[in-house]
Structures are given as structure tokens and as C-alpha cells.
Design a protein around this ligand. Structure first.
Ligand code: PMP
Length: 320
């Protein structure tokens, strides 16, 4: 059995992971800079929470993942809206208005000198009560920002990342608040991603509770079939991603027909092109899902370019 050190090194040697997305040299609690925490900027290392925090035990937290390009947070209003409504779905109110949260995200970027980077707001239930009931708990909000050039390595992205089918499935809307970025939902994603990485894949694709194609562990999925149309699963039990909606608009602007429908796993064998969309993943071509292979074709390349142009990336960065 490898010891923990070996396991860690194996992960670091997996060339499909970027330095940032694998265990970065500097742990996230040991960095310099500032974190916006309950209304003010605090030194990065002082942005701590007590071990008896409700969210740590009961996953009573929602978060966001945003990207800034050229000093502007892309679709900030949509991200804040999802954070606020996700908290409401979880039964709590974030004690800041959407306008205050937007301003705090911008302030955090500015304080850390982030022009191109990733922004992570998180809202959670605090420590007043420590049981399933958390009626009296204070609601906290923190926002961090850091540079994060590419979710998957640029090489893996250009040739198409390698996915494997997960054994874990996305839950029914009757089981979990599936349209939120509730922390608890990511337990399934980490299980799926770790299994995929241990087997040498970049990521996993998950079916839903009905056995239909759902999404990857942090991104939505699209495929091109022989009809030249773009097919993507109806987001009825997983996140209707902001990038997903943006890419659907871009495809329609290009005159590509987009069909949102139930997709059966057998159909993955018939796809010619496949790609993922997400704030972190942007538009990432998929080269294979287990034994099924896909080309990084014209539709994928075109939409990746359109997306990168829209967010304001330079042509060099945008090159496939
Ligand atoms: N699905 C999951 C599970 C995610 O974590 C994300 C990333 N937020 C997405 C889809 C894509 O959402 P978005 O495009 O809004 O980032």
C-alpha cells in the first residue's frame, strides 16, 4: 500500500492536472493576501472558522465559482443571484444584498491584485447551534480570490480531456437541492473525481438517478451527433450552468441547433464531438469517455473560440 506521501506524489505527477488544481505547493490556508470576511477584508491567514461550525458538520453552506477576465468578473450578477437563491433554498438568508455581494467580490479582487483569476464566495451557518436544527445560527459570508489559469492542463484541454463513467449518480430533485451550489452536493463530485484520477483519467461523467447522462464533476456536458446538432441534457437534476447557458446562446448565434433533452448513456457512443462547460473549465474539449473517442471538431473549436472572445481572452490563450 502506498503511504500518503506516495499517493500525494502520484497526484502531483498526473500531467492532466494543473499545478493549481492539484495540490498546489502553497496550501490554501497558507497564502498571502486578503479575504473578505463578514463585511471586511482580513489578512488571508486569519480568515478562519471554528471546528464547531455547523457547515463543517452538516454541509450547511453554498458557494460560487466565478472568473475575472481583464479586471471584470464575468456574469457576476448571475453568480450572486445563484448564491443568494441557493442560500434561500437551503433555508437561510445571506445578510448582505446582491449589490453588496457584487461590490465585495470586486473589492476582494482589487485587494489581491487579481485581474485574471477565480473568485470564491461562500456562505455558511455558524456555531451557535450544533445539531441538525440550526435555527439560531449566524450566517457568514466570505470571499476569496486567487489566480487560476486553467482548470485542466492546457495540453489536455487542446487534445481533449479523458473522462470515465462514474458509479455515482446525481440525485433526484426530491433528494437534494439540485439547482444550487450547496456544499453537500460536491461530496458526490469528489468521490467521482478521485476514482477517475486514481485510474488515470482527467475527470468523471455522471449519470443521474434515472440512469440518464447528467454532467461532469464541475461542468456541464454537450455532444455533437451525426446530425450536426448540439445535444445537452435537460438540467432537471443538476446545475443549469451559467457557462452552459452562455454557450447555448453562442451556438444559436452561429446557427447551430441546440437540443436540450434526456440523453441515454448509449448515445455517448454515437457522438462525434464532446465538450464540457463551466466557469472554471470554460469550454473544454473531451477526447474520450472510457472506450468512446471524440475529435476536437469544428463545432467545439468554434464555440471555444467564441466563448474565449466573449470573456475577453487574447487569441493566443484562445488557440485550440
Ligand atoms: N455542474 C457542476 C457540478 C458545477 O460545479 C459547475 C461549476 N459551477 C457547473 C456544472 C457549471 O456551472 P457554471 O457554468 O455556472 O460554472
Amino acid at each position: 500500500m502506498p503511504n500518503n506521501g506516495t499517493k500525494r506524489n502520484n497526484l502531483l505527477n498526473n500531467d492532466s492536472l494543473t499545478k493549481e488544481s492539484s495540490m498546489a505547493a502553497t496550501a490554501f490556508d497558507q497564502r498571502d493576501g486578503f479575504i473578505w470576511y463578514d463585511g471586511k477584508l482580513v489578512a488571508w491567514r486569519d480568515a478562519t472558522a471554528h471546528v464547531l461550525t455547523h457547515a463543517l458538520h452538516y454541509a450547511s453552506a453554498v458557494f460560487e465559482g466565478e472568473r475575472a477576465y481583464g479586471g471584470e468578473i464575468f456574469k457576476l450578477a448571475e453568480h450572486t443571484e445563484r448564491l443568494v437563491s441557493g442560500a434561500q433554498t437551503m433555508g437561510f438568508e445571506i445578510p448582505y444584498s446582491a449589490a453588496e455581494i457584487d461590490a465585495a467580490c470586486n473589492e476582494t479582487c482589487k485587494a489581491n491584485g487579481i485581474v485574471d483569476g477565480y473568485i470564491r464566495p461562500v456562505a455558511w451557518r455558524g456555531s451557535e447551534m450544533m445539531g441538525v436544527s440550526a435555527q439560531a445560527n449566524t450566517i457568514h459570508l466570505a470571499i476569496a480570490a486567487w489566480p487560476w489559469p486553467s482548470y485542466f492542463s492546457p495540453e489536455a484541454r487542446n487534445k481533449g480531456i479523458r473522462l470515465t463513467m462514474s458509479d455515482w449518480q446525481r440525485p433526484s430533485p426530491k433528494t437534494a437541492p439540485v439547482s444550487t451550489k450547496a456544499a453537500g452536493l460536491y461530496m458526490i463530485c469528489t468521490l467521482s473525481k478521485h476514482t477517475a484520477e486514481a485510474a488515470g483519467f482527467d475527470d468523471a461523467i455522471m449519470l443521474d438517478w434515472r440512469g440518464q447522462v447528467a454532467e461532469a464533476t464541475g461542468a456541464n456536458v454537450f455532444m455533437v451527433l451525426g446530425d450536426g446538432k448540439l445535444h445537452t441534457p435537460t438540467p432537471d437534476c443538476f446545475l443549469n450552468g451559467i457557462t452552459r447557458r452562455t454557450v447555448i446562446d453562442l451556438a444559436r448565434k452561429r446557427g447551430i441547433e441546440v437540443i436540450e433533452r434526456a440523453i441515454q448513456p448509449e448515445e455517448l457512443a454515437k457522438a462525434t464531438e464532446m465538450f464540457l462547460t463551466g466557469t472554471a473549465a470554460e469550454v473544454t474539449p473531451v477526447g474520450s469517455i472510457d472506450d468512446y473517442n471524440y475529435t476536437v471538431g469544428d463545432i467545439t473549436k468554434g464555440l471555444r473560440e467564441d466563448y474565449e472572445r466573449l470573456v475577453g481572452k487574447t487569441p493566443v490563450e484562445a488557440a485550440v
